[in-house]
Design a protein around this ligand. Sequence first.
Ligand SMILES: [Zn+2]
Length: 503
Amino acid sequence: MSERSSLRVYNTLTRTVEPFVPREPGKVGVYVCGMTVYDLCHIGHARAMMAFDVVVRYLRSVGYEVNHVRNHTDVDDKIIARAKALGKGGLEVSAEYIAELDRDLDAVGLVRPTVEPRVSTSIPEILEVIRLLVEGGHAYQGPSGDVYFSVENFSEYGKLSGRKLEDLRAGERVEVNPDKRHPGDFVLWKSVAGAATIEGAEPCWDSPWGVGRPGWHIECSGMSRHYLGDSFDIHGGGIDLIFPHHENEIAQSECATHVSPMSRYWLHNGHLSLGGPDGAIKMSKSLGNVITIRDLLASVPAEVLRLCYLEVHYRSPLLWGQDVLANATGALDRLYQAKELVEEVMATGTEAPIDSLGEHGEEVFVLASAFPLRFRNSMDDDFNTAAAMGFLFELVRAINRFGNDRKRRRQGKLALAPVKEAFRLCSEVLGIGGYVPAAFFDELKVKRLGPAVAEVEAMVADRAKARAEKDWAAADRLRLELESRNVVVMDGAEGSTWRVRVS
Ligand SMILES: [Zn+2]
């Protein structure tokens, strides 16, 4: 247990890197704001969920028992608009998109959260927080029937984002609403005319304040409190949620429970950016520049997407472009060539002393032996996956250099033995390197070439036949043709195999 204390995390609340100390030794409660489910998820959304997938995996790998809660916002204006357009119930539409989201996130290799509560099934716990706020004088019902949180009542309002209440006065971005006592006040319960029904496009429920539905911010205060208690360890989400969403969550929860802090550590991931001044262009439906998870995974294996995220620190912006994807594909191709080599030597090689294997053999042994500690130190440094990936690919390059020494590599079992643990760590914590190499190469072939895979297979077989018949002209012609399709043929003792050239 003492080893765990070496983890340090950047806390948005204090704006400093702090030692990570959970409330209860050995246990960590994590709440992450999930998706509003009215469409397919894009790779910008996936970055947030991926960042906290790695946080949770790492905490578990060092021995913490983690309760990971991520909500589904299944009641929201955008869902209601979608449902009306489709002539369906709001909860029907959101349930469909939750199923699609599960499918996509499973495909990216995200570990499912411990609990995934939905707004529609958390109404009692949400109403309970509103009741505490109204009774404590922190919330009021406006003339229209909507219930609002009163920001002037919470002296610490703004402590997460650093914003001042004065800045929220009307005139800037806050719309003037005569219903509110202060322009920064936000809705907790939105009144809906008519009878309570959960089947319609706009689902609504009975409450002490009339028929309505919860506002966005209150759902997270209700759900986090229900599953993790009045105070828990880590609250996560995208940097765009700091204000107003997370600021408002803190205000609601701390005023309702009188327990502070609501969350000890606030972690925020950077955007996926498509360029522009200061990386301001984000992926969004309204800009028409969306790449869905599903579209992307049609062209590359899932680990390629994971690696794109992991090569940048989770708090930094990730500048997206074709080169990012191409570099990650090339890096994984080299990683699986290294893994294939290691597996082959461990299965059929011999154990020569390390100092007899030349500088490349020794280098592999040194880097692989040092890897677990370097990996741990990187991850303890605010989950610095970029540094961890740097060490991994330094090791991969060394293995492939050693692999070029065909004579000595056969004797390299001792030198390559510690590589197994390095690869295991990356697979367990980061979801990288977990494929059987042949499966990775096969998936790459199918995703790169599509139906042309069968054609390439036939050409490789024709070339092998030509070689067997010593028809060198035909064999060369086929090799050139295959090369023009970015196919590399490797001739071995047991026949010819082929790979897609990616870099
Ligand atoms: Zn939230």
